[in-house]
Design a protein around this ligand. Structure first.
Ligand code: NAD
Length: 495
């Protein structure tokens, strides 16, 4: 018998064993060892979960609640998450190796999604339409879609799940959440709070397992009305293809290769800090990483020198320590991918200004650590500048002027985010208009909020999360026509 913590899935009104009776191990990336057993779901579990969610959508207490009551439940859930933020953050750090300093803050912030969308639940108003037809009354209602499949990655498990759950539930849908196979534990702890808040059975279900075993049948299931996905581009394409066969609604938050652009008129102290947080925060494992640092030629050498000096101060080690500034990589495949990209960059002729390999500092123990890495001499056509690494690997690319910065900045397939560092107001506004990205930060980097729309241009995704409009990703509009005429004209007489 294993002494690892063993989880169950959450389907309908409680925790259940996986139908196939199998579990897999979840690893602590700092220890490099397994710490928990996660149920290995199959299509049978998906079937049970979707049926439970569908039943909860069509009958029972959930559809009977009015929007204000739904909002109150969401706010209660927010309160419970706030109460348990520390414990949830510790589980996430154990499972994904991100810093307790970051995850603690993140989990204390997550309740805001439930407060915000809980507050929005009873403010979704239809319209009375002034139509061109005589003697009719025409109005619109916004109605929920049904069962939402929420599929999430490993880098910010509960935050990214909440970006989907809060608007989906506020709109009156039910949800089957499928967390990443690398970081499933926190979702299984979180769902206890959903139950405690008083959500009716089947409104939120959590199925765990691998993408092909659980994610794919979930997307395919005929009773799933909408798929909200965050993850890599290739999985996103598969999800989109499968969802297309069932003509389902889809939103996709995918990868990025975001430019962080420093002009020679910028406050360079701030720009250095912004470049560092853009790529080394969360060990570079964020979709919004500013992985291409575009630096104006006139300040290139001085800026790189300051950047390297600052990056060298990063303390690596145990992610549970508040002192640690760069933690391990979350998964073994990701660790190998990052090291592989470092070799690709060297092979392409990039120069190592810092790092460039695995970290063998004593404080890193047996963890999956790579050195914070800065490459110079990078051209935008190189693979290291075009492909998402999802690790602490920065490519520095020089540029001449604004025109050049726009050309290079937009010269990738992605368009998730961009940063601009300048003190010139005209330049700040012009650049924010010309950059093809769903988010542009000026003299800052990496800010997101429940209040502000987030999503990708180009291959970085479809649809938006956060902000008021996000709730419409989980609603459909019905137009209701009511005849006011006493008598309906003869249908054979046109006119
Ligand atoms: P991934 O695509 O491997 O997995 C994401 C989720 O999809 C997991 O739960 C996985 O099991 C599931 N999945 C995989 N194949 C599937 C399939 N065929 N059908 C249905 N589900 C499937 O991504 P990852 O490695 O967990 O996460 C890293 C990626 O996520 C990066 O590319 C990153 O840029 C992206 N990301 C994007 C955002 C954003 O908001 N834009 C945020 C965080 C991460």
């Amino acid at each position: 018998m294993s002494d690892l913590k063993t989880y169950q899935m959450y389907i309908g009104d409680g925790f259940v064993d996986p139908a196939g009776g199998e579990w897999f191990e979840s690893f602590d990336p700092y220890a490099g060892k397994p710490w928990a057993r996660i149920p290995r779901g199959t299509a049978e579990d998906v079937e049970r979960a979707v049926e439970a969610a569908h039943a909860a959508f069509t009958e029972g207490d959930w559809p009977k609640l009015n929007a204000t009551q739904r909002g109150a439940l969401l706010r209660k859930l927010g309160d419970l998450i706030a109460e348990h933020a520390e414990a949830l953050a510790e589980i996430e750090v154990r499972d994904n190796g991100k810093l307790i300093a970051e995850m603690g803050g993140q989990l204390r912030y997550v309740p805001q999604w439930y407060y915000y969308f809980g507050g929005l639940a009873d403010k979704i108003e239809g319209s009375v339409i002034p139509t061109d037809k005589a003697q009719v009354f025409n109005f619109t209602r916004h109605e929920p879609l049904g069962v939402v499949a929420a599929i999430t990655p490993w880098n910010s498990p509960l935050l990214l799940a909440s970006w989907k759950l809060a608007p989906a539930l506020a709109a009156g849908n039910t949800v089957v959440l499928k967390p990443s196979e690398f970081t499933s534990a926190s979702a299984l702890e979180f769902v206890k709070l959903v139950e405690q808040a008083g959500f009716p059975p089947g409104v939120v279900n959590v199925v765990t397992g691998f993408g092909k075993d659980v994610g794919a049948p979930l997307v395919e299931h005929a009773k799933v009305a909408k798929v909200a996905f965050t993850g890599g581009e290739l999985s996103g394409q598969k999800v989109y293809e499968t969802a297309a066969k069932g003509l389902k609604k889809v939103s996709l938050e995918l990868g990025g290769k975001s430019p962080n652009i420093v002009f020679d008129d910028a406050n360079l102290d701030n720009a250095v800090k912004g470049a560092i947080s853009g790529i080394f925060a969360a060990t570079g494992q964020t979709c919004i990483a500013g992985s291409r640092l575009l630096v104006q030629e006139s300040i290139h050498n001085e800026f790189v020198e300051r950047l390297v000096a600052f990056a060298k101060t990063a303390r690596m080690g145990n992610p549970m320590s508040l002192e640690t500034q760069v933690g391990p990589v979350t998964t073994m495949p990701q660790y190998e991918k990052i090291l592989g990209f470092m070799e690709i960059a060297k092979g392409e002729g990039a120069k190592v200004a810092l790092g460039g390999g695995k970290a063998s500092r004593p404080e890193c123990g047996d963890g999956w650590f790579v050195e914070p890495t800065i490459f110079t001499g990078v051209h935008n056509e190189m693979r290291i500048a075009q492909e998402e690494v999802f690790g602490p690997v920065l490519s520095v690319i020089p540029f001449r002027d604004e025109e050049d910065a726009v050309r290079i900045g937009n010269g990738v397939l992605y368009g998730l985010a961009a940063g601009v560092w300048t003190q010139n107001m005209r330049r700040a506004i012009t650049m924010s208009e010309r950059l093809q990205a769903g988010t542009v930060w000026v003299n800052m980097y990496r800010a997101v909020s429940y209040t502000s729309p987030f999503g990708g241009y180009k291959r970085s995704g479809l649809g938006r999360e956060n902000g008021q409009d996000a709730i419409y990703e989980y609603l459909q509009t019905k137009s209701v026509w009511i005849n006011l005429a006493e008598e309906i004209p003869n249908p054979f007489v046109m006119g």
